[in-house]
Ligand binder design. Structure first.
Ligand code: PLP
Length: 369
């Protein structure tokens, strides 16, 4: 469904690290961190092994633990919830805004209780959450705000880059993301103490000064390696071109569906710039989940890889079991989840490939009508 944008220069940069003998804890990771921090506009960046690891470290650094509640969105990848469950805290799901598919800020305040410690909002598919409103709420109630921007490197709200909102933000570099390091993630923050804590915990709890064999706190091996960082650094050097290429694919898709009333295409809402992670269309309400699934099967038979991004987290079997959540709890997220189709999406997608996908979707829709 996605394919990474890897150049010969990227391959050479990774090979150079392999030849250098310095494969971990080295200058490439430091340079990649500096490049991301500068781009996002934060004081600090800490490279880690995945977006999930990044979220987990922030939750640990905030000391969120057993019985604490963290407000989050159900319409996301499971990591935004899992980092809460890792620490035996309780995810409190708030429904989403039907236009942006991000957390509905109008409903956040009603979910706050004396046990609420934090809010994790997600810039879903690259579309920014309503960060100005979330920052006001977090400040009013003294809550930590975490920007899960794993899917939104390069998106912004009122000229401010996603990832830089709240006390810390997160990026993910899995191969379907805007830039990739194979596997990898990054924490970005202006909070010096948060950055130091996350760095220490990502490196088995080592301190800054105490040396390799002194572990001052409980930690993990969540480090980014030098090969990944070398690839990330190369990719960061052409981030603007990558985002433009993805924007072009998104607008060609939009054009291709402009006369199909039953297909709702994603569009930026408000004073935002979107760096598209995926292009996820929604079928109108005349279609059921079964219709959508039939369309997905039809596309698959034609050799087109499309997915039902996302099954809301509260309906995942492990969440139902752990939290007792069920259908009907979060109607907007469930309605979205039952009608979405994530289409093939990558920087290199050609115009004829986009037309072929759009025609196939139209024909499959006619079949289920
Ligand atoms: C919104 C969101 N948060 C977190 C993650 C986790 O990132 P990773 O797969 O690098 O652990 C992802 C991954 O796709 C994601 O989409």
């Amino acid at each position: 469904m996605a394919s990474p944008d890897i150049t010969e220069a990227d391959v050479r940069a990774v090979a150079e690290v392999m030849r250098s003998g310095r494969l971990a804890l080295g200058p490439k990771t430091e340079a990649f961190e500096r490049a991301v921090a500068k781009y996002v506009g934060t004081e600090h960046a800490v490279g880690v092994s995945s977006g999930t690891a990044a979220l987990h470290l922030i939750i640990r650094a905030l000391n969120v633990g057993r019985g604490d509640e963290v407000i989050t969105t159900p319409f996301t990848f499971v990591s935004s919830t899992n980092c809460i469950l890792f620490e035996h805290a309780i995810p409190v799901f708030v429904d989403i805004d039907a236009r942006t598919l991000c957390i509905d800020v109008e409903q956040v305040e009603a979910a706050i209780t004396p046990r609420t410690r934090a809010i994790i909002a997600v810039d879903i598919f690259g579309h920014p959450a309503d960060w100005p409103s979330l920052e006001r709420i977090a400040e009013r109630y003294g809550l930590a705000l975490i920007d899960d921007s794993a899917e939104a490197l390069g998106s912004s709200v009122a000229q401010r880059r996603c990832g830089s909102f709240g006390c810390a933000g997160v990026f993910g570099f899995y191969p379907n993301k805007q830039i990739t390091t194979g596997e990898g993630g990054m924490i970005v923050t202006d909070d010096h103490e948060m950055a130091c804590l996350c760095r220490s915990m990502s490196n088995q709890g080592r301190g800054e000064e105490e040396g390799q064999l002194c572990h001052v706190r409980l930690g993990y091996n969540y480090r980014m390696n030098e090969l990944s960082a070398a690839l990330g650094l190369m990719q960061m050097s052409r981030i603007d071109r990558i985002i433009l290429a993805r924007r072009r694919v998104a607008s060609l898709y939009r054009e291709a569906f402009s006369d199909v009333g039953d297909v709702i295409c994603p569009v930026p809402v408000g004073d935002v710039k979107v760096s598209w992670f995926a292009f996820v269309i929604r079928l109108s309400e005349v279609f059921s989940q079964a219709d959508r699934d039939a369309v997905l099967r039809g596309l698959s038979l034609r050799g087109i890889d499309a997915r039902n991004y996302f099954v809301p987290v509260h309906l995942q079997p492990y969440c139902r079991e752990a939290l007792g959540t069920q259908e009907g709890d979060l109607p907007v997220a469930e309605a979205a989840g039952s009608r979405t189709i994530a289409l093939p999406f990558s920087n290199q997608l050609r115009e004829d490939e986009i037309s072929r996908v759009a025609s196939a979707v139209r024909e499959e829709l006619e079949c289920v009508c």
